[in-house]
Design a protein around this ligand. Structure first.
Ligand SMILES: *[C@@H]1O[C@H](CO)[C@@H](O)[C@H](O)[C@H]1NC(C)=O
Ligand SMILES: *[C@@H]1O[C@H](CO)[C@@H](O)[C@H](O)[C@H]1NC(C)=O
Ligand SMILES: *[C@@H]1O[C@H](CO)[C@@H](O)[C@H](O)[C@H]1NC(C)=O
Ligand SMILES: *[C@@H]1O[C@H](CO)[C@@H](O)[C@H](O)[C@H]1NC(C)=O
Length: 206
């Protein structure tokens, strides 16, 4: 009788393991990952706020935002973990191609609390400052805002991104001093502030 019970137990355990494995496989095949409705709404807000002359966000429709271009979700949690929406400027002897988004980045992006990677490089945000609420995206590891034409100052709020390892602000139109709060970024391995008006401003000041 004891043996029998143990066998049943083992079978039940095996059944669960099999079901789990099937779920993991289905997820890996791209079938099961479904985006969270709140995050989908946040992305749709972003899309609505952007002027998208080149159709960069044209695949952003339908229920499953995890399959939209530039969006990646966690295979385990389904949360949006990566947004790669970089623009392009390709210039050589024969061709000149550019594609970019422009507009005011809406604070709805704060809903993406699991975002680890955000790449908005080579888009045009020339009329705006870097949003302070980027400092609320506390899961961020990589933040690439290079070649975005952002004006104004570096938000002091960047100091509260505890996991940030990569920050690229190369070639914007930033001014003022470098906030001391950046010294708080203990995980930071890569910092590029080149091509702004930061240093010149500081030299003139003293
Ligand atoms: C999820 O799984 C798919 C298919 O195996 C893979 O291409 C994708 O990179 C995975 N996504 C993440 C965030 O690991
Ligand atoms: C962001 O996108 C640009 C353009 O494709 C690429 O060169 C850059 O390496 C990306 N940044 C990161 C941190 O992956
Ligand atoms: C970001 O966090 C700060 C401090 O916690 C809060 O005051 C602010 O309202 C947040 N911003 C957004 C857009 O959620
Ligand atoms: C420094 O980082 C910690 C968390 O790592 C945060 O609680 C604190 O507010 C940050 N300080 C500043 C000045 O940004």
């Amino acid at each position: 009788m004891m043996r029998m019970n143990n066998l049943i137990l083992i079978e039940v355990v095996l059944l669960f393991v099999t079901v789990d494995l099937l779920l993991v496989c289905a997820t890996a095949a791209g079938g099961v990952v479904k985006c969270a409705e709140q995050e989908r709404q946040a992305l749709l807000h972003f899309k609505a706020a952007m002027v998208d002359d080149y159709g960069i966000l044209s695949s952003w429709k339908g229920r499953d935002c995890c399959h939209w271009n530039g969006v990646r979700c966690s295979n385990l949690t389904s949360h949006v973990i990566s947004l790669d929406l970089h623009g392009d400027v390709i210039q050589n002897e024969y061709t000149y191609v550019e594609r970019f988004l422009r507009g005011k980045i809406p604070s709805s992006l704060v809903e993406l609390q699991h975002l680890r990677y955000l790449n908005l490089s080579f888009n045009y945000f020339g009329d705006y400052h870097i949003p302070e609420f980027f400092g609320n995206l506390t899961s961020l590891r990589y933040l690439d805002l290079s070649f975005c034409h952002f004006g104004g100052r570096i938000p002091t709020q960047f100091g509260s991104l505890p996991h940030l390892t990569y920050l690229n602000l190369n070639r914007n139109e930033l001014e003022g001093s470098i906030p001391y709060q950046l010294g708080n970024l203990s995980k930071l391995q890569y910092l590029d502030l080149w091509g702004n008006a930061l240093q010149r401003k500081m030299l003139y000041k003293e």
